[in-house]
Design a protein around this ligand. Structure first.
Ligand code: PRP
Ligand code: URA
Length: 208
């Protein structure tokens, strides 16, 4: 059964409140999305593999230490997922990046896939799929479907705000995919927006 981890920390909660505020400018919104994404990824990557190395220290000379052993593949769902990538890359500068373009049809709320660029040989790679919003779950499901078809076996989904409906949809189809988020909100409105949510993440990030 998949798990939902709501990362609970005052520093994170404070930023999510700023993200929810309709008066927050695009500039600040971008900055906050980046910071919150880094904090979420920090939690999501808690079990990342490390390997033993020796480090030449200033006082004790050679000392045993550990380094991250795995190269993570970061996959933002375009567009809004792009706003999260920078914050995660600051944690993991060696991460590879794949891109999946999916938008939600405004009328049907069905996902429309329009772009796909993934590096080869990703089957054994630890993948972080990132998108600020998990609403109906359609976009995340479409993206997970592509990744699974590409052979990915180790996959986590990281979002800022999740709706119960989206969590249930992802659970139903891909129970093995863990979800990490900063908040689980109340419900969706009739247009598929998360309540209270933070509005249209892509529009707020890119000023459209
Ligand atoms: C937003 C968001 C998710 C999707 C979530 O993208 O970034 O991808 O909606 O909704 P769902 O769970 O109901 O599929 P949008 O379709 O607005 O595209 P954009 O990122 O290009 O703005
Ligand atoms: N996509 C968004 O950007 N916001 C929502 O509330 C739902 C879907």
């Amino acid at each position: 059964m998949s798990s939902v981890t709501v990362v609970d920390h005052p520093v994170l909660t404070h930023r999510v409140t700023q993200l929810r505020d309709r008066h927050t400018s695009s500039d600040t919104f971008r900055q906050l999305v980046s910071e919150v994404s880094g904090l979420l990824a920090y939690e999501a990557l808690r079990d990342l593999g490390t390997t033993e190395v020796t480090v030449d220290t200033p006082v004790a000379a050679a000392a045993p230490a550990r380094r991250v052993a795995e190269v993570v593949l970061l996959v933002p769902i375009l567009r809004a997922g792009l706003g999260m990538a920078e914050g995660v890359l600051r944690l993991l500068p060696d991460a590879r990046l794949g891109h999946l373009g999916v938008y939600r049809d405004e009328k049907t709320l069905e996902p429309v896939s329009y772009y796909q660029k993934l590096p080869p040989d990703i089957a054994a790679t630890e993948v972080l799929l990132i998108d600020p919003m998990l609403a109906t779950g359609g976009s995340a499901l479409a993206a997970v479907h592509v990744l699974k078809n590409s052979g990915v076996t180790s996959l986590k989904f990281v979002c800022l705000v999740a709706a119960p409906e989206g969590i249930a949809a992802l659970h139903r189809q891909y129970p093995e995919v863990p979800i990490f988020c900063a908040a689980v909100d109340r419900q969706l409105n009739e247009k598929g927006y998360i309540l209270p949510g933070l509005g249209d993440a892509g529009d707020r990030l890119f000023g459209t």
